[in-house]
Design a protein around this ligand. Structure first.
Ligand code: 3DU
Length: 212
């Protein structure tokens, strides 16, 4: 299964809802991040969940207790999954996993960012091993470095790989899927377009054309 995730980093509730509806037939999940939640309130997760399952990209990276509170807020508001920073360590990831289990939700772990990420890159293989060994559901791997997606795929086996960095950040849909990503995360290329639906359809068809 390969698919598309819309990163909804717009700052306006109505625009977010409109975009989500507009592209819903081509996306598997909606991803919200701080720009939208800080603008529209956490209730936006619940509203968007009525359109598609929502991944709360809060990049949780705090001590276990605080991290579990953040995860709980996301799941209480109908998030399907949360994203954590693996750099926070095993106790934080386990605390977030415990909360996700209560809600039947999923936890995805940032290995290294698609940007320079010069510090995380030194540890991203180990972060992926940790995510795998403690039972997280997936990792976030950089579409800007397809060779890293391929390497991380070897480590995580059948876990989900979600890859941001396609389009605006320069990554390629085709190279990222061929390297082993399950889902491509796309934001600006879709939501800044005059025709978001057409762009989403094009990416969706390219992804599906590569499905093995
Ligand atoms: O560059 P785009 O506009 O397609 O958006 C990418 C989204 O994915 C955005 O929400 C960003 O915060 C998130 N993300 C990365 O871009 C790179 C990462 O390593 C992790 C998350």
């Amino acid at each position: 299964m390969v698919g598309l995730i819309l990163a909804l980093d717009v700052m306006d509730r109505n625009r977010a809802i409109w975009l989500a509806r507009e592209v819903s037939e081509y996306v598997d999940y909606l991803k919200v991040n701080y720009p939208l939640v800080l603008s529209a309130g956490i209730e936006i997760i619940r509203e968007l969940s009525e359109i598609k399952p929502v991944i709360a990209d809060f990049k949780i990276a705090d001590i276990p207790y605080t991290s579990s509170l953040i995860a709980r807020k996301a799941f209480e508001n109908s998030a399907f999954a949360v994203i954590c920073h693996g750099m926070a360590g095993s106790d934080t990831l386990k605390a977030v996993l415990d909360v996700s289990d209560e809600f039947g939700g999923e936890v995805y772990v940032v290995t290294e960012l698609s940007s320079e990420s010069e510090f995380l890159r030194k540890f991203s293989d180990e972060i992926a091993m940790l995510a795998r060994d403690i039972g997280c559901h997936g990792i976030i791997a950089p579409a800007t470095r397809a060779e890293r997606v391929a390497q991380l795929r070897k480590i995580v086996g059948s876990m989900k790989i979600l890859s941001p960095g396609v389009g605006a950040q320069g990554g390629s849909v085709e190279e990222t899927i061929k390297a082993g990503a399950d889902y491509i995360i796309v934001g600006r290329s879709i939501y800044t377009s005059d025709e978001p639906k057409a762009v989403a359809r094009d990416i969706y068809e390219r992804i599906k054309g590569l499905e093995v």
